[in-house]
Design a binder for this molecule. Structure first.
Ligand code: TMP
Length: 237
């Protein structure tokens, strides 16, 4: 059993605590919600519980399909025991359908189904507003080696295939999502969380937005939607 020790990091949506084992840390999910690089702030009741539960279920699914992740086990409603990673400061966004910043940046129509998944790299740097980067930037600025970048893109493509099928069975289209990877004992593992904060889901029949866009865009029914996504996952485990 890992014993919870000092707070070592507090992010916008999670706290990370040390344990008595240097290889393991505890990720503690908060109800705090931010958008537009922290410009919009609020709370979503129960979000921490919902996102921890969803993330635990999805990491378990991915591990069962051969994806190596930081997940060790669910400790409580809001806490997950994970392997201690050195996070690569590059966020990978995988897109299946045009939405969000893709629509804004390139002037394409929201809802356009992309013939092939599009993978983008963003520099994980709040002070700079997480700017979009190409592969050469990622490698030349030392965010990841060329080999690590190739590896995490391969993993992201596999994860997309697994999650797309999983969510479609739950009447959700996986529009896009963000992944973070890190290094643990020389091995690259999937880290962070996978939840309605980090994915876009649209109802497969109505195309209703079923994710953090409800908070970002003030669409209402925010808590209800997070609970609905959870029940579509746990109700059909
Ligand atoms: P975007 O369209 O705003 O670039 O977002 C793409 C996906 O990445 C979307 O599913 C939400 C997720 N995302 C995060 O997890 N964290 C972030 O800071 C941003 C901007 C997006």
């Amino acid at each position: 059993m890992a014993e919870k020790k000092a707070l070592i990091y507090e992010g916008k949506a999670k706290k990370v605590f040390a344990t008595d084992n240097a290889d393991l840390v505890i990720q503690d999910f908060k109800d705090d919600a931010t958008a537009f690089n922290g410009l919009k702030k609020g709370q979503i009741a129960d979000k921490g519980v919902v996102n921890n539960t969803i993330s635990c279920a999805l990491f378990t699914l991915l591990e069962s399909k051969g994806i190596r992740t930081h997940f060790v086990k669910k400790l409580s409603d809001r806490e997950m025991l994970i392997k201690h990673l050195t996070i690569l400061p590059v966020e990978l966004v995988v897109r299946n359908i045009a939405a969000g910043s893709l629509v804004k940046r390139y002037g394409i129509k929201e809802g356009l189904v992309l013939e092939q998944p599009v993978i983008e790299c963003y520099f994980k740097n709040d002070a700079l507003g997480d700017p979009l980067m190409n592969d050469d930037h990622v490698v030349m600025f030392g965010l990841a080696t060329r080999e690590q970048l190739a590896e995490i893109k391969t993993q992201a493509t596999k994860i997309n295939e697994i999650l797309k099928a999983y969510f479609l069975e739950r009447n959700l289209k996986l529009v896009d999502f963000k992944l973070e990877f890190g290094v643990h004992k020389g091995e690259v593992l999937l880290g962070d969380e996978i939840s309605p904060d980090t994915c876009r889901f649209w109802d497969s029949v109505t195309n209703e937005k079923m994710d953090k866009d409800r908070f970002r865009l003030d669409l209402g029914l925010v808590e209800e939607t997070y609970h609905e996504v959870l029940s579509r996952i746990t109700g059909k485990a």
